[in-house]
Design a protein around this ligand. Structure first.
Ligand code: GLC
Length: 433
């Protein structure tokens, strides 16, 4: 390895190359998280080994039963592509310590035991077949390695364990060609980058994969933040990771998961929130023990993909943060330069709707999916849309997107909540701004 950089030098190098490395990621917007492993056989949660206090020897027996059907990773990638997702992240080894690849460092793996297959290899091949960027999830925490717990208080154990984790990551970075994202998770029992020797580990990773993107979960900031199960924008690159049901990352019985699972409309609303906040959405599926896509995910994701095929310009590509979603109360928004996209959750019945708060002159308004112009009148802070179709023009999800093109980067000025304080929105015309 080249000369080890100090933390300051390392983070400066990372910052200097970030725009180049992150360009595709910032445009991608939407990815698929895949949590697949022995825990799928239990079907209650990927933390079952810990939360249900499984003795290690009892949990290990699951590996003998683990037998995903051939082509399972290809099914995941095919659905991700159909959903309009641009990248995937697979749990190569979760907290239970079982590696889904041909590891020499970790004999407890899917080539030595159970399916006798390199699932990671199948995943990588499938991503490449469907032209999807490739992400590896790599848990730091490990419930199987003998030093995974005592590393917290035993210096030698910690040295052995961090060397083990580095060895795992070296295999992942060298055995499968170009990898686009390394997605660390749960830095425990050590809780500092020094404790994990993340500075050395991540310099090794970046030396092996110079274009790779790292998340912030090895206790170094790296390239992007990872809000989990919430869509809170950050003042840096960020990606919200979300389960499909708010219950488990790993497989749970589809019949019981269905009532809690997202439909297409809720997924599109999440896409709007991350787009408006300048972030990405990494939406998870937890495949069944045989590797099948959970039934409850199939149709909603396919529907979202069809919707994005017609309205994707409102979501993909670099977008500026926007606060225009207040315009009507029933729409969300995204923004790119002089263009504001309004994602209409509810379509007006009476053929007319006003958008409040815009003070910049509008040039054109059109329906994104077919370019059809929308008649409008602009008076002061109000843009009044006229002669609208009686129902939402979007037949896929009922979410029509309007593109408002302004003369210049639009300013949004929600004068006040109180109409009586500004003469019913026309005060701009009377010069009382
Ligand atoms: C949490 C959970 C882990 C899951 C991860 C996904 O860290 O502990 O099981 O893989 O979230 O972000």
């Amino acid at each position: 390895m080249a000369k080890l950089l100090s933390k300051t030098e390392y983070e400066q190098n990372v910052a200097e190359s970030r725009d180049r490395r992150m360009a595709w990621w910032r445009e991608a917007r939407f990815g698929m998280f895949v949590h697949f492993g022995l825990y799928a056989l239990i079907g209650r949660n990927e933390w079952a080994m810990s939360l249900e206090n499984y003795p290690i020897a009892e949990y290990e027996k699951l590996a003998q039963q683990f037998n995903p059907k051939p082509g399972a990773p290809r099914e995941w990638a095919k659905l991700a592509k159909a959903a309009g997702m641009k990248y995937m992240v697979l749990t190569t080894r979760h907290h239970d310590g079982f590696s889904l690849w041909d590891s020499k460092v970790n004999p407890y793996n899917s080539v030595n035991i159970g399916p006798k297959r390199d699932i990671v290899r199948e995943f990588v091949d499938a991503c490449r077949e469907f032209d999807l960027r490739i992400g590896f999830y790599s848990s730091l925490m490990d419930w199987h390695h003998p030093d995974g717990g005592r590393a917290a208080y035993d210096r030698e154990a910690r040295a052995r364990f961090t060397a083990y984790v580095k060895g795992l990551n070296r295999e992942l970075m060298t055995q499968y060609g170009k990898i686009d994202v390394l997605w660390y998770d749960v830095a425990l029992p050590m809780e500092t980058w020094e404790g994990w020797d993340s500075l050395t580990m991540n310099q090794m990773v970046r030396e092996l994969q110079p274009d790779i993107i790292l998340n912030n979960r090895s206790r170094l900031d790296e390239d992007f933040g990872t809000p989990e199960e919430h869509l809170t924008a950050m003042d840096r690159d960020w990606e919200a990771c979300m389960t499909f049901n708010g219950i488990s990352w790993g497989y749970v019985d589809s019949k019981q998961a269905m009532p809690y699972s997202y439909n297409a409309q809720r997924i599109i609303r999440m896409l709007n929130t991350v787009t408006a906040g300048g972030g990405n959405l990494l939406l998870n599926i937890g495949p069944a023990p045989d590797g099948s896509v959970p039934q409850e995910a199939q149709v909603p994701l396919e529907t979202v993909g069809r919707w994005l095929a017609r309205n994707g310009q409102a979501a993909y590509g670099v977008k500026q943060r926007t606060e225009f979603s207040r315009a009507s109360g029933v729409c969300g928004s995204s923004r790119e330069g002089n263009r504001v996209y309004l994602w209409n959750w509810v379509w007006p019945r009476e053929g007319q709707m006003a958008l409040g708060g815009f003070v910049t002159p509008v040039k054109t308004i059109r329906l994104v999916e077919d370019g059809k112009p929308i008649e409008f009148e602009q008076r002061g802070h109000r843009i009044i849309l006229k002669n609208l179709p009686a129902s939402s023009p979007d037949e896929i999800a009922g979410i029509a997107v309007l593109e408002l093109e302004f003369e210049e980067p639009p300013v949004f000025h929600f004068a006040s909540y109180f109409p009586q304080l500004h003469g019913g929105f026309d005060y701009a015309e009377n010069g009382k701004l």
